[in-house]
Design a protein around this ligand. Structure first.
Ligand SMILES: Nc1nc2c(c(=O)[nH]1)N[C@H]1C(S)=C(S)[C@@H](COP(=O)(O)O)O[C@H]1N2
Ligand SMILES: [Mo]
Length: 160
């Protein structure tokens, strides 16, 4: 990249960082450009918003499942039953939050092709931060943008 483009990027503001935390052996802080190191997938989606109506977008990015597996979730990957109590809590910089279950995105269970998008409609999300993309959702509310934190949780407090 040319020096002028680097300078333009810097002038437009700092890049966002996503914190990957919770019951994982390798917690991480990831920028959008670091999310490009996982295999990239495309999704063309349509979702309904109660305030703005139907929206259609194209997203690219890694599977959420691939990124979370890299962080080393605290279960035995060989034992399918062990994964069923795990939750994934996603929070945007504005405080908007939603939960997924681990089983929802696990290839052995719900197999939902959820993306951690790095582009929306060909626009990079480096400064805004990644966006959750759930092609299986009819409603847009879980398409959390500007993701700041993803916490993998073994549900230890839920089951007490
Ligand atoms: N961070 C964040 N992401 C969010 C929301 C929000 O309030 N904060 N709203 C959700 C809702 S309700 C919808 S329908 C989609 C699209 O909303 P938008 O058109 O406001 O982007 O984004 C979702 N992602
Ligand atoms: Mo919405």
């Amino acid at each position: 990249m040319s020096d002028s483009l680097v300078a333009a990027g810097a002038a437009a503001g700092p890049v966002a960082e996503l914190a990957l935390t919770g019951d994982v052996t390798r917690p991480a802080r990831l920028t959008v450009s670091e999310l490009l190191s996982w295999p990239q997938h495309r999704a063309q989606v349509s979702f309904d918003c109660s305030t703005s109506g139907i929206q259609q977008h194209r997203f690219t990015g890694p599977y959420l499942h691939d990124v979370l597996v890299s962080a080393g979730p605290a279960f035995d990957p060989a034992r399918r039953k062990d994964r069923l109590r795990f939750l994934i809590a996603v929070r945007g910089a504005d405080g908007h939050r939603a939960l997924l279950s681990w089983a929802e995105i696990d290839p052995d269970f719900g197999r939902a092709p959820v993306l951690l998008a790095v582009t929306i409609d060909d626009t990079p999300l480096d400064r805004a931060g990644p966006q959750l993309v759930l092609p299986q959702d009819r409603c847009g509310a879980r398409y959390i943008s500007g993701i700041e934190t993803i916490r993998v949780d073994g549900g230890y407090t839920v089951w007490t």
